[in-house]
Design a protein around this ligand. Sequence first.
Ligand SMILES: [Zn+2]
Length: 58
Amino acid sequence: MDEERTCSESDCERPIAVELHVPWDENRFVCAAHARVLGRRDGVVADPLPDSADDLLE
Ligand SMILES: [Zn+2]
């Protein structure tokens, strides 16, 4: 199940970089790019994963 290591957004196969804590839904694991977008929604908390946190510091 290598699928679990890729972004949960449809049509996106980038590696997971961030865990999103979504108050109204299950947590999602997404790439850095989607984390930037989805993390702006009210209540969503973006939690960078340690092994790929550098992707967020560009
Ligand atoms: Zn993505």
